[in-house]
Design a protein around this ligand. Structure first.
Ligand SMILES: C[S@@+](CC[C@H](N)C(=O)[O-])C[C@H]1O[C@@H](n2cnc3c(N)ncnc32)[C@H](O)[C@@H]1O
Ligand SMILES: [Zn+2]
Ligand SMILES: [Zn+2]
Length: 568
């Protein structure tokens, strides 16, 4: 269990802050920890606002029901109302599917495998797969690991480079804290931001100063740390842009940033949409979610936020005020059941548990940079051009043990045929590594293949299970609103019961997956060995707990992984 500061701080009429570690959780909410009964009692006037918050009551109901009106997500005819799907920027800076260990050596090449490995993350998004993969390697692995990491989005690439430079240049305990907050927190402590700037900016500036200003084309810079290296290959303009994410003088004041952040995460026009998402959750989780939405700082609930006063410059950039949609949620990038396993004493502090979970992975990752032999290469290309650019840059093809394509094979991105034709040939031959795997993710395929008839056919099974796990509760007092929250809750859960196999098989047939594969000497694995085909799917005959883990995770169960290997 990681010790955290006692929540006894900021008492009314007193500036005293208890610096002892919190060891006992409040039994009312399990959101905060105290060092002692005395501290808990002294802090009660402050804590009772949270502990007795109406949102934590088991009979809490969404505002549209209480006010007996049509919820905004149904009636958005009013000009001021934004469509349900999008509010805020449109960047993916926190992934929306849980991190993967892309190697799973034990289940694939074997725990004792010692040959070199090379991995390609062609549309990486953030670094969670890299962090989890490296942190999950068996202790005894001693080979070289080559990693090509690419994304076409400048904020994604700049942030990933900044995170990695921090991990290369600061000690693991500070680096992991710095990366965690740069990644997920809207505000940072000033000294932490200073350390980050010192670790990142001078080295890039010195490198650029040594290059002629007019230098056209790509500029590559390599750093090393222990036995690992980090290289980034960018144009001069792209290098300058990386620096623009850590400006000397902040682009925005603290007060303006607070207002801007809240204008997205707590937008009045979106309150029914938020209530709808909060409603099914465990009561204490609702408050934990609410707190993260309110202050944007990823920390245990009871830890002081006083020092977090500087806007995170990698999020508040002058060109995109708040870059993410209001649905963006750090929890979606990690496996809920594992997050809850992190378990520090405040067991219902959902975002506190997430903090502990990510912090552990980051610390292991940062430590391993010093002992493993990693060659990390960053690129900012469209995936379409990446194979050619890499071959030209290196004068030869690179072949990989793992190729991870996120969901660019979805029809809305490059589609399966183009993606497979581009990246399939880069997979190592069966002779070199029979376990070499290309991993595709489909997020939208089953919805794209589904007809109204399909949606109806899953109803009987769905309704039986939903009556068991999400029963309609009787209302007292006010007449039941037509848009009863329990009913909407059941509707939201319907996706979990779709017959996804049938729908996905339709895509496999229509897009001729098998023909595409055999043309390229590839085959879809019958059984996946890196990530389950449907990792977020509700199993047959789920228990209440299994149902909650899937439903509360915010995933739909329609996330489908396809793994390919070489035939020869
Ligand atoms: C496909 S998006 C979708 C979100 C994704 N499911 C996740 O969890 O991060 C993931 C990343 O792919 C990047 N991306 C999308 N299309 C790309 C392309 N053609 N080339 C390179 N990167 C791409 C986006 O910039 C984004 O960072
Ligand atoms: Zn205390
Ligand atoms: Zn409490």
């Amino acid at each position: 269990m990681d010790p955290f500061q006692c929540a006894g701080w900021g008492q009314k009429h007193s500036a005293i802050r208890c610096l002892r570690p919190g060891t006992k959780a409040c039994k009312g909410c399990y959101l905060v920890m105290y060092c002692s009964k005395d501290c808990q009692a002294a802090h009660w006037p402050v804590h009772k606002v949270d502990c007795k918050n109406h949102i934590r009551k088991s009979d809490w109901r969404p505002a549209w029901e209480v006010e007996n009106r049509v919820p905004q997500f149904i009636d958005n005819s009013d000009e001021e109302h934004t469509p349900v799907a999008m509010y805020g920027g449109n960047k993916y800076l926190w992934g929306n599917v849980p991190a993967l260990d892309l190697l799973q050596l034990k289940e694939n090449e074997g725990e004792g495998y010692c040959q070199d490995l090379s991995l390609l993350l062609a549309a990486s998004g953030d670094l969670r797969n890299l962090v989890k993969t490296i942190a999950s390697l068996p202790d005894r692995y001693r080979g070289y690991i080559h990693l090509d990491i690419n994304d076409r989005d400048d904020a994604v690439v700049a942030r990933n480079l900044i995170f990695l430079l921090v991990s290369f240049n600061l000690p693991p305990d500070i680096a992991s804290e710095a990366i965690l907050h740069l990644w997920y927190s809207a505000f940072l402590p000033e000294p932490l931001l200073q350390s980050i700037r010192r670790a990142v900016c001078p080295t890039i500036r010195d490198f650029l100063a040594a290059k002629p200003v007019q230098a056209a084309g790509l500029l590559q810079k390599t750093w090393s740390c222990g036995s690992s290296t980090l290289a980034a290959t960018l144009t001069r303009a792209e290098w300058d842009r990386v620096l623009s994410y850590l400006p000397e003088v902040p682009d925005i004041s603290y007060d303006k940033a607070v207002t801007l952040h809240k204008s997205v995460t707590l937008a009045h026009s979106r309150r029914d949409y938020r209530d709808r998402a909060l409603f099914p959750l465990h009561p204490s989780w609702r408050l934990s979610v609410w707190k993260f939405r309110s202050d944007g700082i990823l920390l245990p609930f009871g830890v002081s936020r006083e020092d977090f006063r500087v806007p995170n410059p990698t999020l508040f950039h002058n060109e995109h005020p708040w870059p993410m949609p209001d649905s963006a949620d750090p929890l979606q990038g990690w496996t809920l059941a594992e997050v809850l396993h992190a378990s520090y004493g405040a067991k219902h502090d959902l975002y506190g548990q997430l903090y502990v979970h990510i912090k552990r992975y980051l610390e292991t990752f940062c430590k391993r940079l010093h002992t493993l032999k990693l060659n990390i290469c960053l690129f900012k290309k469209d995936a379409m051009d990446l194979p050619d650019k890499l071959a030209t840059l290196r004068g030869k093809e690179t072949f990989y043990d793992r190729i991870e394509l996120a969901n660019i094979a979805d029809l809305g991105y490059l589609g399966p045929a183009k993606t497979l034709a581009l990246f399939g040939p880069l997979l190592k031959s069966k002779k070199e590594n029979p376990k070499a795997t290309l991993i595709m993710l489909f997020l939208n395929a089953t919805r794209e293949m589904s007809t109204a008839g399909d949606q109806l056919s899953c109803m009987p099974r769905a309704m039986d299970t939903l009556q068991r796990f999400l029963p309609m509760r009787p209302r007292h007092g006010v007449p039941t609103n037509k848009y009863n929250a329990d009913f909407l809750n059941q509707m939201d859960a319907l996706d979990l019961f779709t017959d996804n196999d049938t729908l996905f098989n339709r895509l496999i047939e229509r897009a001729r997956f098998r023909d595409m594969g055999s043309f390229l000497g590839l085959e879809m694995k019958v059984d996946n060995s890196i990530v389950a085909k449907w990792p977020m799917r509700l199993g047959e005959n789920p228990t209440q707990h299994e149902f909650e883990m899937v439903f509360w995770s915010g995933h739909t169960g329609c996330e489908r992984y396809v793994e390919w290997h070489r035939v020869v």
